[in-house]
Design a binder for this molecule. Structure first.
Ligand SMILES: Cc1ncc(COP(=O)(O)O)c(C=O)c1O
Length: 413
């Protein structure tokens, strides 16, 4: 009997070891891992540079309070601002995606106080989108545009509304005097792998300027080269300038770390900028930005830069798309996504799915039996989230399993 809370419907496998794109279960069976802890192990399992960095830092200094200076944190913030975001701003370090998004929401509230409504009352509302996913804290589920994560948790914090994704007219019509910010994933991950169109992203940025709103990007799943370039929005509409961005997952390569960035843009004539709104005492976390987590993330980002990862992501994306297109298999309705955040849309009517099972979860279970780990994304989408340094041979091996498994599940089989 397990003493762990049953918040997860787990697949029937217990994983005990990993190396590169492969993991092993407790019976010694190996699997290709195209789940990567849900877009976390961006360099695969146990990449030597990350393991060495963690070992060395763990033996030097693991944790000190944010009451003191932390050089690894300073250096990681510099790398993120100067080499990744490449826009002036400052970084706060957290431990997870939900926590980083809570930071964005709190920033929107501060901004709404600093730049209130005409009658002086603060703006507070954050507009986000249907099928979005922003994490499991009360702030995260309030911002998330999926009812299933909210059931039984009301009353939720107020000040959130959800609009249809990629619908600029609906968004503009929804902007109200109390609106302070717009929050979106450039590529929605959990909600089915839906990519923001360039017109939508540009339009949202323009609406933010026109209505004095903050543009908040949740790059928790899509960021740090998962979609090709360091920042996912740059794969869609590189010219836009967000006000704030959140990350987690891939930035630690498996070591827990999250962060958010706030731009240095001025918000009044007295020299206040967005990144100075969260001053001493306004926000914090015990663990966030500890030397060990920052050393791990620095190693991941350095390896991504040195190993030509961006080019590999784009090359493997193309390889996956071309291979799947060549099958001409109608049960795969489309390949959505960007880089190595890809979703295979399934036509469930062509699949023999047992009663009561969701098609994507069922297919993922069958793929697991055949030696491939992948997570679902919504009821009819199977996600491919391989390590960003995956090889063409590993991609071929995984796709062979996908093809033969889907073919074996066809109702016409
Ligand atoms: C886009 C997005 N935002 C936020 C989160 C929450 O991150 P975490 O589970 O680290 O709290 C996730 C997790 O899947 C995510 O995909």
């Amino acid at each position: 009997m397990s003493h762990v809370l049953s918040t997860y419907a787990r697949f029937p496998v217990t994983l005990v070891r990993g190396e590169g794109a492969r993991v092993w279960d407790d019976a010694g069976k190996s699997y290709l891992d195209f789940c990567t802890g849900i877009a976390v192990c961006s360099l695969g399992h146990c990449p030597p540079r990350l393991v060495d960095a963690i070992r060395e830092q763990a033996g030097t200094l693991m944790h000190v309070s944010n009451l003191y200076g932390i050089p690894q944190q300073e250096e990681l913030a510099r790398v993120i601002v100067e080499e990744q975001v490449k826009l002036p701003g400052k970084v706060f370090f957290a431990n997870s995606g939900a926590e980083s998004n809570d930071g964005l929401i709190k920033t929107a509230r501060k901004f709404g106080h600093a730049r209130p409504q005409p009658d002086g009352s603060p703006r507070f509302e954050v507009l986000s989108f249907t099928k979005s996913f922003h994490g499991r804290t009360l702030g995260g589920i309030s911002a998330t545009g999926q009812d299933k994560v909210k059931e039984g948790f009301d009353p939720l914090p107020t000040g959130f509304r959800h609009l249809p994704f990629n619908d600029l007219a609906a968004l503009e019509a929804a902007i109200a005097p109390e609106t302070a910010a717009i929050l979106l994933e450039p590529v929605q991950g959990e909600g089915g792998v839906n990519v923001a169109t360039p017109e939508f992203l540009r339009g949202v940025a323009a609406l933010c300027k026109k209505h004095d709103l903050l543009l908040l990007l949740d790059e928790v799943q899509a960021g740090f080269n998962r979609c090709g370039p360091a920042m996912a929005w740059r794969a869609i509409a590189p010219e836009i300038e967000p006000d704030a961005i959140s990350w987690a997952k891939g930035m630690g390569g498996g070591f827990p770390i999250g962060a958010f960035w706030l731009s240095d843009r001025a918000i009044d004539d007295a020299g206040t900028c967005l990144s100075s709104l969260l001053g001493p005492g306004s926000h914090g976390t015990t663990y966030g930005g500890n030397p060990l987590a920052c050393a791990a993330s620095l190693a991941v980002l350095a390896e991504i830069a040195d190993a030509g990862i961006e080019a590999n992501v784009l090359q493997q994306e193309q390889h996956i798309r071309e291979t799947i297109a060549s099958w001409k298999l109608p049960v795969i309705t489309e390949v959505r996504g960007l880089g190595l955040l890809l979703g295979l849309g399934l036509d469930a009517s062509q699949l023999a799915v047992p009663d009561g099972k969701l098609p994507a979860a069922f297919v993922c279970g069958e793929l697991l039996k055949a030696g491939l780990l992948v997570p679902p994304a919504g009821p009819e989408t199977v996600r491919l989230l391989p390590p960003l340094n995956v090889s063409s041979a590993e991609v071929d091996e995984a796709l062979t399993v996908v093809r033969s498994t889907l073919e074996s599940l066809l109702t016409s089989h």
